[in-house]
Design a protein around this ligand. Structure first.
Ligand code: URP
Ligand code: ZN
Ligand code: ZN
Ligand code: ZN
Length: 532
């Protein structure tokens, strides 16, 4: 009998940001159509049935911080290094880990040819279209200059024509960082266009100064990357950026907060009613300084696999505080900061052993065995290691194992952080991040907790194009059993069932939290809201 649904999910415990309730879901034309305690046999008809067997059913993951297709020029920290994942491999990995929406970064550079943000986005979009994506995707724009004419004309066009309603600004990395006044220029322009400003908050001068001191002492192994960026570096930068944002009441999201002391700054600003939001990532809950000396010996270059910025926190007590920040609302979202560099590649982590990576053009000076020889002869320097680690596939399973299964966070909090809030913050709600009638039928269905056998991860189980995972050997107590994108099953029982062109580009709206936030002066005499 013809069903009014295409697909139904039965025997699930549905979880939203507010509720946990046994419920069936009827899906029609890619949308959630009906939520009901049960369906009659007539309603079921010939619809495809997925039996969740008592497991959690959640809105698909929304990963708002993913680096894909950034090459040597647009590389994630401007020091060389090239993303190992393109839209196809990155999105396939995301799908296998329960994520149905990702937001990646189109990146401006300081080259004159990159002045136009529209051209930057068009070129980046061509990369996405070249391979297609298994999941839906949108773009943030990274802005590294403050050209007044460009900001004035192009920001409104980005919002209107591309639905790009968020930009990322850097306070570190020589080739990307903005000065305080430049930050203010872009923040004010963003605010006028209802664009959420994402900030990478580390004090670039402190890092440079410490790096030189460490190099003078010959302390160049990957481990010293962490010592070149102690938590106070992030503490100072978040503090300063909060003050800059406060001056003009600009909504700011701090990306990848890695230290408890920076989280405290965020919390204090929130307590004052400022529109300040924060993100943390799996690496800050699961890795510590110890992981930067995990391999063989503290000086082994393989420890570069765990180099990211900010670095993992010094110890497990910092992790506990970050978990608390997830629970008490300091952190609005939980993203992967998937930044995929291969280890054994001249354009990956091993860039760090090359003489002068900044002079590298498209041709690698040495490949394969020659590169391995070089690793043996040279100590390398952390200064040249591309920053970032892969994790788009492990994001949800890590938070499930470490946060949900241990009782550190509730199931509702899990959904809020990994799906609902990123969708709200970045203008995708309630199309994404919700299980409401009319929302896209994007779901992640877990295994029934009672019958799932925990396992230890090995990199070959993952679907990215990276030759390692920072979580090799880690125990997982659950994993997504099905991932569903707009009613289509794209991952089922350990197999990819979707295709690279299933994903669609998402034009986003303004932040669901943000409207009006900039018109909410705490005390107009203390701020410069007359600028608005
Ligand atoms: O180390 C990191 N996080 N690399 C990725 C680039 C960035 O700053 O997000
Ligand atoms: Zn960053
Ligand atoms: Zn070794
Ligand atoms: Zn990043």
């Amino acid at each position: 009998m013809a069903s009014k649904f295409d697909l139904i999910v039965i025997n699930g415990v549905i979880v939203t940001a507010t509720d946990v309730i046994p419920c069936c879901i009827g899906i029609k034309d890619g949308k959630i159509h009906t939520l009901a305690p049960a369906f009659t046999s007539e309603e079921v008809g010939d619809a495809r049935i997925i039996d969740a067997e008592g497991a959690y059913v959640m809105p698909g993951g929304v990963d708002a911080h993913v680096h894909l297709c950034q090459d040597l020029k647009t590389g994630p920290h401007g020091l060389g290094g090239e993303c190992a994942d393109n839209f196809e491999t990155g999105s396939r990995s995301a799908a296998a880990g329960g994520t149905t929406t990702m937001i990646t970064f189109a990146t401006q550079t300081r080259d004159e040819s990159d002045r136009s943000l529209i051209k930057v986005v068009e070129a980046y979009n061509a990369r996405a279209e070249a391979t297609g994506s298994y999941i839906d995707y949108g773009f943030h724009i990274i802005i590294v200059r403050n050209d007044e004419d460009v900001l004035k004309v192009e920001l409104p066009a980005l919002v209107k024509d591309w639905g790009i309603t968020s930009c990322k600004l850097f306070m570190t990395y020589e080739s990307q960082r903005l000065t305080d006044s430049q930050l203010l220029d872009v923040m004010l322009a963003s605010q006028k266009n209802d664009i959420t400003t994402m900030i990478h908050a580390e004090n670039g001068d402190m890092i440079q100064w410490l790096t030189e001191k460490l190099e003078d002492k010959g302390m160049v192994a990957p481990y010293y990357h962490a010592l070149s960026r102690p938590p106070i570096v992030e503490m100072e930068a978040t503090n300063r950026a909060i003050a800059l944002a406060g001056l003009i009441q600009n909504p700011v999201l701090f990306v990848h907060i890695g230290s408890a002391i920076a989280a405290t700054n965020v919390r204090n600003a929130q307590t004052q009613g400022m529109p300040i939001y924060a993100e943390t990532c799996p690496q800050y809950l699961n890795l510590t300084y110890d992981d930067l000396q995990r391999f063989h010996s503290p000086t082994c270059f393989e420890n570069s696999k765990h180099v990211c910025s900010p670095p993992p926190p010094p110890g497990t007590s910092d992790q506990d505080e970050l978990y608390l920040g997830l629970l008490n609302g300091t952190f609005t979202i939980f993203s992967s900061d998937h930044c995929p560099f291969r280890y054994d590649s001249p354009h990956g982590k091993l860039t760090g052993v090359l003489e002068d990576p900044s002079s590298m053009k498209d041709e690698a000076p040495c490949e394969g065995e020659a590169l391995q020889d070089l690793v043996k002869r040279k100590p390398g320097s952390f200064r040249f290691i591309p920053n970032g680690i892969p994790g788009v596939e492990t994001r949800l399973p890590l938070l499930f194992s470490g946060g949900l299964a241990t009782g550190r966070i509730t199931a509702q909090k899990f959904v809020e952080l990994t799906s609902t809030n990123p969708a709200k913050l970045y203008g995708l709600y309630p199309k994404k991040g919700a299980l409401m009638p009319g929302s896209d039928a994007d779901l992640v269905i877990w295994h029934p907790q009672k019958t799932f056998k925990s396992f230890r991860l090995i990199n070959s189980m993952l679907h990215h194009n990276v030759d390692y995972t920072p979580y090799e050997g880690k125990e997982f107590v659950n994993w997504p059993r099905y991932t569903i994108l707009r009613g289509k099953v794209i991952w089922a029982e350990g197999e990819l069932t979707g295709k690279a062109y299933d994903g669609e580009y998402l034009k986003r709206g303004p932040s669901y939290f943000g409207k009006g936030a900039s018109k909410r002066p705490i005390d107009s005499r203390k701020t410069a809201t007359w600028l608005h």
